[in-house]
Design a protein around this ligand. Structure first.
Ligand code: ZN
Length: 269
């Protein structure tokens, strides 16, 4: 019965969000789902699921966050080139963790510009090694060797175009507006969200949890006191958000924002 309810909830979610308009499998652990004709959610399971976003702006493509590591990121860029044929690809990082920017090395080697906050650059420099250490601690089982080795040799590369985090960033690419907004600390000190007003899509990143999340996940870099205030600011700033994409798990509507607030309430410090 529980299974049936869960399936029904999933189906409702799929219908509500237009999940799976088009689908591509790039490898056993890398999938692409079309939200509409121009926006794709990329999910990388390595070994935990993580979402990034590809926005086709006509002659240019914007990539919001990267898969966890360079190889999958290269596969993704190749898919973008083959299927969307852009003249230019531009990337945005929404935080300093591996799930935000683990693929930066390959993006930069391909000459792709990456926007990131000044605070993100600072944290890549000062905290990447502790992030790596934490990640490796979760991967000590022999069956996870492959992931361990990849994270151990990962090269952390900063975004190359910075903006002051408190000011945020507005981009217009091929006539499509992007607003990068920092509401304050949350899951990490530097997590930003990206809103695309034309399609009402909000990439909530690691600040926003999926509807089936039972807890806040990794909170080692979180500010539990400020996180709810930051989520409320995001909710107020983007009242027309129709689709909300969390960094981990299935996307949905604005109920994901409320669910995140509920989880935060249960996790009072
Ligand atoms: Zn995350």
């Amino acid at each position: 019965m529980k299974k049936a309810i869960r399936l029904l909830a999933l189906l409702t979610c799929i219908l509500a969000t237009g999940y799976s308009q088009s689908k591509a499998t790039l490898s056993e652990e890398l999938y692409i789902n079309g939200l509409n004709d121009t926006i794709y959610v990329v999910t990388h399971n390595f070994p935990w699921p993580s979402n990034s976003l590809v926005v086709n702006c006509g002659k240019e493509v914007v990539l919001i966050d990267t898969p966890y590591e360079p190889l999958a990121t290269e596969q993704l860029v190749n898919w973008i080139k083959e299927n969307l044929s852009p003249n230019k690809i531009t990337a945005i990082n929404t935080g300093f963790h591996i799930d935000n920017l683990g693929g930066n090395e390959v993006l930069r080697s391909m000459g792709i510009d990456i926007y990131g906050a000044d605070l993100t650059v600072e944290l890549v420099k000062s905290r990447s090694e502790s992030t790596r250490k934490q990640t490796l601690e979760w991967l000590t089982a022999p069956s996870l060797n492959r992931f361990y080795d990849t994270y151990q040799s990962l090269v952390f590369v900063e975004p190359n175009i910075t903006y002051p985090i408190k000011k945020g960033l507005k981009l217009n690419v091929g006539g499509i507006d992007f607003e990068v907004y920092y509401p304050g600390e949350s899951h990490s000190p530097d997590n930003v969200v990206v809103y695309i007003p034309k399609s009402g899509i909000l990439f909530g990143g690691c600040m926003i949890k999926s509807a089936d999340s039972k807890n806040l996940g990794f909170t080692g870099d979180a500010n539990i006191n400020e996180w709810p205030l930051s989520v409320k600011k995001v909710k107020e700033r983007f009242p027309n958000a129709a689709v909300v994409i969390p960094h981990h798990g299935l996307w949905g509507g604005k109920e994901l924002i409320d669910h995140t607030l509920k989880l935060l309430q249960q996790t009072k410090p």
